[in-house]
Design a protein around this ligand. Structure first.
Ligand SMILES: O=P(O)(O)OC[C@H]1O[C@H](O)[C@H](O)[C@@H](O)[C@@H]1O
Length: 323
């Protein structure tokens, strides 16, 4: 081996003068992707379902609820975080093409591919460091297990992008019909927000809006009052907010706004809390965990989105961490 007297010394991990960068790591035997901004905000995503299982602010405070008994090993859909629902919301026995799919479809229980990251430098940052990082995940027919392929034999491509910023988290999905004939889908971002006390929570942005109550028999359609929504028992509703997707839906606790959600192309907002029924779910813990969570889920789930061959559709949500 030739000795090189002028061999450069190893670079310091953090070179002086270089703007601080977002760190992206793939861990847990290539099954988990995490990203941390130079300012400390972080996000963690399982390739299983492309499920976001953690989102923390710069102080390390967790923003999402994750059940203590959630399976994180790919054996069942994750109870908490943000599972992605596709191509059917719930069960749709009357919709022939999706009738045999499991509840909430296969996207949340399939293994996605990590497609890579991109970063952007903040205009508002003094050090020119990364102010956001975008992680892209892909799922197509070739990633599905045989049962899912058989139950839903359509050629599709999904690209799910998770963008972590200093002020919040953006999730967006591009759906593409890669086949020769049209098909239909529903999609939803099943966000479990972490809160301290459900009895102090109010949700605004759902006033005077049409909603489907999934808890009545038969399921009923109603119009919400002009007051904000408070929750004191089990709730499972699909709202179509009267203000449209760009009007924020705000989750407040003790009168203080905590999260603000705006949507693109996702016309519905599902509000779900299992209340004490959570205790009967095998993967829900602690039993009184319903006090610390509220699902406010942005989706396109009323009716169906139709894609002709070669067409694409895009939708997403921006969640701003207000506190
Ligand atoms: O138990 P899962 O399949 O994860 O579904 C959890 C919940 O998801 C949504 O919020 C639905 O509106 C609920 O009806 C359902 O119970």
């Amino acid at each position: 081996m030739v000795d090189r007297p002028k061999k450069p010394s190893a670079l310091n991990p953090v070179s002086p003068g270089l703007a601080p960068q977002a760190q992206v790591n793939i861990t847990h035997a290539n099954s988990r992707v995490s990203a941390v901004l130079p300012t400390g905000e972080s996000v963690e995503i399982l390739l299983y379902g492309a499920t976001i299982v953690s989102w923390k602010d710069a102080t390390g405070k967790e923003k999402l609820f994750l059940s203590q008994k959630a399976a994180l090993d790919g054996s069942k859909a994750v109870r908490g975080g943000i599972p992605l629902v596709f191509p059917v919301f719930g069960k749709a026995p009357d919709h022939a093409a999706t009738a045999t799919l499991p509840q909430h479809g296969f996207a949340r229980t399939s293994r996605w591919e990590f497609l890579g990251k991109s970063t952007s430098e903040g205009s508002g940052t003094t050090d020119g460091g990364d102010s956001s990082v975008k992680l892209d995940f892909g799922l197509s027919q070739s990633n599905l297990d045989e049962a899912s392929k058989e139950a839903w034999p359509y050629a599709f491509g999904l690209i799910y992008s998770v963008t972590l910023g200093r002020e919040g988290l953006m999730t967006s999905v591009v759906v593409r019909n890669e086949g020769e004939s049209a098909w239909e889908f529903q999609v939803l971002m099943h966000t479990y927000f972490r809160i301290n006390d459900i009895s102090k929570v109010s949700v605004s942005g759902l006033e005077t809006s049409s909603y489907i109550d999934k808890l009545t028999t038969p399921i009923s359609t109603n119009t919400s009052p002009s007051s904000t929504l408070s929750i004191s028992s089990k709730i499972d509703r699909v709202y179509t907010p009267a203000g449209g997707p760009s009007a924020p839906v705000v989750i407040a606790e003790a009168g203080k706004p905590k999260f603000s959600i705006t949507r693109d192309n996702l016309n519905e907002v599902v509000v779900w809390n299992p209340w004490t029924d959570g205790a009967s779910m095998a993967d829900f813990a602690p039993a009184d965990g319903y006090r610390n969570m509220i699902c406010v889920e942005a989706g396109a789930v009323k009716g169906w989105q139709k894609l002709e061959a070669g067409e694409t559709w895009e939708g997403g949500q921006i969640v701003t961490d207000v506190v």
